[in-house]
Design a protein around this ligand. Sequence first.
Ligand code: FES
Length: 100
Amino acid sequence: MPTRSCQTAVGDIEGASITTIEGVSGKIGETVQAVWAEFDVPQCGYCQSGQIMSAVALLTETRKPTDDDIDSAMSGNLCRCATYHRIRAAIHETANRLET
Ligand code: FES
């Protein structure tokens, strides 16, 4: 479950298992990161950790997300560089690669 670290008190997650961007792994995580790089998704990069964590969570739950699924899952992640079209394309491409 993607969670904003800036809005989460340490006391609320005591004993929980936490994965940060550095710990993203497995087929979905690695495919997302590879496609992100191929599609040159990041611009300044500031928002990208959150974008990737949300994309991995979405693709873990929904293997073939629609545009509406993507917009809903990614809606809390603002990108001041407006990389939304590349993010959406990268998520669709990741979904396609995970199918094969
Ligand atoms: S890449 Fe710059 S804020 Fe998203």
